[in-house]
Design a protein around this ligand. Structure first.
Ligand SMILES: *[C@@H]1O[C@H](CO)[C@@H](O)[C@H](O)[C@H]1NC(C)=O
Ligand SMILES: *[C@@H]1O[C@H](CO)[C@@H](O)[C@H](O)[C@H]1NC(C)=O
Length: 356
């Protein structure tokens, strides 16, 4: 036993000695040489940005800026961009509408030029690919329609097309109405008091999704809501955290273990991106609270179309004022603040050459 143990140790230390220089060169290439080269390459085309820093890139700066912005007292201003994306707000002022930032060792070209965005989203040559989610983002969003690629995307798209098509949607309406009625019943107990609408709509959307997509008649909505919130906050806490390559395979942080646990329980509930609907509903009600005159308009229209009856699909399609209110909410508070694509190969974007 002893001798074979000794042999293994000798072998592995021999391997270590042998592999160590390669690992070191690899780390230097990845952590320093490649970022420096990419920065020079883009700089020569006039694309600047915050300078690269070892291991974290600009992630630490971004996180600090976000924390600072979030800790500032908030006003009822619609100008949320500096609060939600303080780094973009600052850097586009310094470097312009197209600049380079670093997510760890990954270079990210931030593009706020509408024409270039159009070019990327049109994606004629199919060089712009979806980015595979990792870590907490993957746990939270799964591999849903928004992030899938290729065949998997086509399959999901087909299922979604079917689910959101006329008849299927119509069949869901009674369930939705029941859930809304239950919510309004709860609100009755709050008359004259504040209601945390974001939580309420989170509950409502989880419930509607589990009823319509999974057919469960009763949901522990609250439970799901709490798990989702926890996962979101883990994501927020960790999205700008980097560790040296390899360490994450050896040790899991307590947040990661917690994340794994929650993931198993909620995976089936998060396959539809419910966050966006939930956010839209909450902001709509928030804006209506700020503008009682529009509340009045919306109420008038609903009463005119439905009287005291529950809404029906045909009537819903004719709600013009409500549609305007929702559109304005989407304009002021878009549920998605950025889209990410990666380049499948070297590509020319506008007048810039982008490496792969
Ligand atoms: C979605 O479904 C409708 C009818 O079921 C069909 O006409 C349409 O072509 C489908 N669209 C896609 C993108 O699959
Ligand atoms: C709201 O936006 C959608 C999509 O752009 C549009 O089709 C619809 O007509 C808009 N509604 C109103 C009332 O303008």
């Amino acid at each position: 036993m002893t001798s074979s143990g000794g042999l293994v140790i000798m072998l592995s230390s021999f391997l270590c000695l042998f592999l160590f220089p390669f690992a070191l060169i690899n780390i230097i290439l990845k952590q320093w040489w490649t970022p420096t080269r990419v920065q020079k390459l883009m700089g020569r085309q006039g694309i600047k940005g915050p300078s690269y820093r070892l291991v974290h890139g600009n992630a630490k700066q971004i996180l600090d800026m976000k924390n600072e912005a979030m800790s500032r007292p908030k006003s009822l201003s619609h100008d949320l961009f500096p609060l939600v994306q303080p780094h973009y707000n600052l850097w586009c002022k310094i470097y312009g509408n197209i600049f380079l930032q670093w997510y760890g060792t990954v270079p990210q070209l931030v593009i706020m030029e509408p024409e270039l965005c159009k070019e990327i989203l049109n994606n004629k040559d199919r060089v712009y690919l979806q980015v595979e989610l990792q870590g907490f983002s993957k746990k939270l969003l799964g591999n849903g329609l928004g992030t899938a690629e290729g065949e998997h995307w086509a399959k999901l798209r087909k299922v979604a097309n079917h689910s959101f098509h006329g008849e299927s949607l119509k069949n869901m309406i009674p369930d939705m109405i029941t859930s809304v009625e239950e919510m309004l019943q709860r609100w009755k107990n709050h008359e004259g008091k504040e209601v945390e609408v974001n939580q309420e709509f989170m509950l409502l959307t989880s419930e509607v999704i589990s009823k319509t997509a999974f057919g469960s008649s009763y949901v522990e909505g609250k439970n799901i809501f709490e798990m989702l919130t926890k996962l979101s906050s883990l994501l927020f806490k960790n999205v700008y955290t980097f560790r040296l390559l390899g360490i994450s395979n050896l040790f899991k942080t307590s947040d990661e273990i917690e994340g794994d646990k929650i993931e198993k329980e909620v995976r089936r509930f998060i396959l539809l991106e419910q966050e966006t609907t939930n956010g839209l509903l909450a902001w709509t009600v928030f804006l209506l609270a700020l503008h009682p005159d529009w509340q009045e308009e919306a109420r008038k229209e609903v009463l005119q179309l439905f009287g005291k009856q529950n809404p029906n699909p045909d009537g819903i399609a004719r709600l013009k004022t409500m549609s305007m209110i929702i559109n304005e909410t989407l304009r002021l508070y878009p549920p998605v603040v950025q889209l990410i694509r990666k380049t499948g190969r070297e590509v020319r974007l506008g007048k810039h050459d982008c490496p792969c």
